[in-house]
Design a protein around this ligand. Structure first.
Ligand SMILES: [Zn+2]
Ligand SMILES: [Zn+2]
Length: 129
């Protein structure tokens, strides 16, 4: 599979999780990660996935500016998504196939920051009053 951002080749990385083995694709150059549908959610709570996102977040940020990319599986233009819980995280998604995250984004996605936690808390308090 080719990286939708930098066109380098991606290699498969196997992760053992409590639910079984998950195979994701990682770009050899920009170290972006491709997750088939459901995989990012499955790996989010798994500590074994911590090592996956070993790319340089600074490089990831430069590739974050590349937004008009095509799904590596079907070639359709991918949608730009802001994570529902952490709106500062932007990634690309194909509804039929999966999501692409730049280096550093998956780590961010896995660890909801304290700030996001408090934002959520404040929002839920506001809803109650
Ligand atoms: Zn790449
Ligand atoms: Zn697709």
């Amino acid at each position: 599979m080719q990286c939708p951002k930098c066109n380098s080749s991606m290699h498969e990385v196997e992760v053992e999780t409590l639910q079984g083995k998950v195979v994701i694709d990682k770009c050899e150059r920009c170290e972006g990660l491709w997750f088939d549908n459901g995989e990012a959610e499955q790996l989010k709570s798994d500590w074994m996935a911590d090592f996956l996102d070993s790319g340089d977040p600074e490089i990831g940020k430069t590739y974050n500016a590349v937004r008009d990319i095509q799904c590596p599986r079907c070639g359709d233009v991918m949608q730009k998504i802001n994570d529902a819980k952490q709106s500062h995280i932007e990634y690309e998604a194909c509804a039929a196939h999966g999501v692409f995250m730049d280096a550093g984004e998956f780590t961010d996605y896995k660890h909801e920051t304290l700030l996001d936690y408090f934002r959520g808390l404040i929002a839920s308090l506001r809803r109650r009053t």
